[in-house]
Design a protein around this ligand. Structure first.
Ligand code: HEM
Length: 285
């Protein structure tokens, strides 16, 4: 949160937590149904938007950044030119909390359900930090480069636990297709990631398929849509991969894990339905 919103950002009170939980729990329905049917959810959303409106005003008033370097959020607000600031901050807050945590969760689950991968990772971690669990460690960016297998596991876990759908509303007729304006279009990263044309043996967790990707040049494998595409592609993707990488290292170093249940055959996808923001942004893609 400090990295994203700046050092003084800390809206977390009990009331904030209650509304945020309510908002998150109703997100899937709330993004698809008129708010009239979900009064409680709409109330929490309005409450949160109000908080983020105040935060946006405070951030804009903060002149300290003019002399020094700007935080990410100040860049975001500059680029929005005053449009939909509270909605974007809420979206940023929600996306950074929910998606990255769920990414870390599935990465751990896949690592633990593949004992040989788990063993190799623990050896790698041991070679960088010494025997697991013994010291208090700090993880630096350079360490991440020494632990590429974990990054491959994250990308592979996200492939298998990708969002089920990304939805757009056609606002104007599309070239070469008969799609009436007003209709909804849906792309499914979840199913695309199970297409053997792009990912041979798609149902199998194979971190080494990522050896072929030129990650140094920030390129994913063809057909990888976990972060969406086009102009609304996830702006937090590199940040997410970095924070999941750090979190997984710290957790694996600190604790010994045992899976209580086998992995489910079909992993529940993160559900990211951002179409509720259609009214906050004039999306035209
Ligand atoms: C593993 C973690 C993450 C996954 C899988 C993920 C996935 C996605 C996807 C698929 C979209 C596009 C949705 C659409 O086109 O309708 C998206 C958008 C977005 N993500 Fe992420 N995301 C992750 C982490 C993050 C983080 C950490 C942040 C913030 C730091 C973030 C901020 C956003 C924002 C603000 C958008 C909306 C962009 C726009 O509408 O222009 N995401 N994300």
């Amino acid at each position: 949160m400090k990295t994203l919103f700046g050092k003084s950002f800390c809206p977390i009170t009990e009331e904030f937590e209650r509304h945020f939980q309510n908002y998150d729990e109703g997100f899937e329905l709330g993004s698809q149904m008129p708010e009239f049917f979900l009064r409680n959810w709409a109330k929490s959303k309005a409450w949160l938007l109000n908080v983020f409106e105040r935060i946006a005003t405070d951030i804009k008033k903060d002149k300290s950044s003019e002399s020094g370097s700007k935080t990410l959020i100040q860049h975001v607000l500059d680029n929005l030119h005053g449009n939909g600031a509270s909605g974007y901050l809420l979206l940023l807050f929600w996306a950074s909390q929910i998606n990255a945590l769920s990414g870390a969760f599935w990465t751990l689950a896949f690592i633990l359900s593949n004992p040989s991968v788990y063993k190799n990772i623990m050896e790698d971690i041991g070679s960088v930090y010494g025997k697991a669990g013994e010291a208090k460690i700090e993880v630096f960016e350079d360490d991440l480069k020494k632990l590429p297998l974990i990054k491959q596991c994250i990308l592979e876990a996200l492939r298998l636990a990708a969002p089920g759908s990304i939805i757009r509303k056609a606002l104007k007729p599309l070239k070469n297709f008969v799609i009436p304006p007003g209709d909804f279009l849906m792309a499914s990263p979840y199913w695309l990631h199970r297409n053997p044309k792009y990912f041979p043996e798609p149902e199998i967790f194979k971190p080494d398929r990522w050896e072929e990707a030129t990650l140094k040049k920030n390129a994913f494998l063809d057909g990888y849509l976990v972060f969406g595409g086009g102009k609304h592609r996830c702006p937090g993707r590199w940040f997410a991969l970095m924070e999941i990488h750090m979190l997984v290292i710290i957790l694996l170093y600190k604790y010994q894990f045992t899976l209580l249940d086998p992995m489910p055959k079909q992993v529940t996808a993160n559900c990211i339905l951002h179409c509720q923001y259609l009214d906050l942004f004039s999306l035209d893609t």
